[in-house]
Design a protein around this ligand. Structure first.
Ligand code: FNR
Length: 367
């Protein structure tokens, strides 16, 4: 890796703003509505304060962890972020290589511009998950899951907070949606079941492909019955992404899920939804350690990772932070990850702990 010098999260964002066109940058940065939830995700962390312990020999700190059974170098993974070629031509391939080099799992989005197989190819044995936007056709959903099984993905993250796109005002005024620019088609283009159902061939007109994908991408009629069905079809761990209500967390346990992601999609779906960090404690209380709790939303610094873990999450996903780093390609993403890891180590030690597991004993005060 060519070392990119230190940049704060705000500097990474600024760099992306300067280098990307307005539509692409605002697609990444913005949230739904008046961005109340987007802001609450970030500001929510400021309400929590760590009460650190001292004189506990923190000379050797180990911030390695396991996420859904995979050994990782840090307690965080990369969130699914679609359409990464709007940020850099190498898109998902650059992110995949960076994640592999840093031994941090990469969650590949359904709407990746490169296919999940192409991404798997550059990752070798490195840890990866596949995120499913459940199409409105269960045969295509199952085909995606089979392909993920065959190309070495270790879990399926089913995103359930997106029965349709949120009310994204910025994108509406920019008239911007990456799919319309033929981005994010990688998994659909090569899918044999989609090809058959939509009568698509390698020679099909791109406009036709975009229309066929757009009409299948989301499934507003999805329910727990679909989830129950998928549970009988695959042995891969299933993780429900987009839970903020404790009753839904309870249902995820009852339906045999292996984990949940406490998430509001980075404030891009329901504006006015509770922030992720505010939703976390009640969910931890309900789940009682029966399944894994992954957390995302508003994580920008190592201290945010530590606070989420201290509040009971088992691991954390980062979204926009690495997306901004991708403006500098693989090196940028690697730098973001390396920097966050180093910061996590520092914060862990200053908290008075030497490993990630013991973080659940840390005292946090809400004020
Ligand atoms: C996302 N997110 C997302 N989630 C998902 O399940 N599938 C996807 O394809 C995408 N795509 C996507 C694109 C962009 C540009 C952003 C910013 C986010 C949501 C993502 O996985 C995660 O939940 C949030 O990004 C977490 O919030 P922060 O870390 O960005 O504050």
């Amino acid at each position: 890796m060519t070392q990119v010098g230190f940049r704060s999260p705000e500097q990474w964002e600024q760099m992306a703003k300067e280098q990307l066109d307005k539509g692409a940058f605002e697609y990444i940065q913005s949230g739904a509505g008046v961005e109340d939830t987007l802001q609450a995700n970030i500001n929510g962390f400021k309400k929590w304060h760590i009460v650190p312990r001292v004189l506990r020999n923190v000379a050797n700190v180990d911030s390695s962890s396991t996420i859904l059974g995979l050994k990782t170098s840090a307690p965080f993974a990369l969130a699914p972020v679609g359409f990464q070629t709007i940020i850099h031509p190498e898109g998902e391939l650059a992110v995949a290589k960076a994640a592999a080099a840093e031994n941090v799992p990469y969650t590949v989005s359904t709407v990746s511009t490169y296919s999940m197989e192409e991404i798997a190819e550059v990752m070798g044995d490195a840890p990866r998950f596949f995120q499913l936007y459940w199409p409105n056709d269960e045969d295509i959903a199952l085909s995606f899951v089979r392909r993920a099984e065959q190309s070495g993905y270790s879990a399926i993250f089913i995103t359930v907070d997106t029965p349709m796109l949120g009310w994204r005002e910025q994108d509406k005024s920019n008239k911007y949606f990456p799919l319309r620019k033929a981005q994010g088609l990688g998994n659909y283009l090569v899918d044999p079941v989609f090809q058959e159902k939509a009568r698509i061939t390698p020679d099909s007109d791109l406009e036709v492909v975009i229309k066929e994908v757009a009409s299948r991408l989301f499934n507003p009629s999805l329910t727990w019955e679909n989830i129950k069905w998928l549970r009988t079809k695959t042995d891969l761990p299933l993780v429900i992404k987009g839970i903020v209500h404790p009753d839904d967390a309870k249902l995820a346990v009852e339906y045999g899920m292996d984990g949940i992601v406490v998430s509001n999609h980075g404030g891009r779906q329901l504006d006015g939804s509770i922030s992720s960090i505010d939703a976390l404690p009640a969910i931890v209380e309900t789940v009682q350690g029966r399944i894994e709790i992954v957390f995302d939303g508003g994580v920008r610094r190592g201290v945010d990772v530590i606070k989420a873990l201290a509040l009971g999450a088992n691991s954390v996903l980062i979204g926009r932070l690495y997306a901004y780093g991708l403006t500098d390609g693989q090196d940028g993403v690697e730098s973001v990850i390396a920097q966050l890891k180093e910061e996590v180590q520092t914060v862990l030690a200053l908290t008075g702990e030497t490993n990630v597991k013991s973080l659940q004993q840390v005292t946090l005060k809400s004020m």
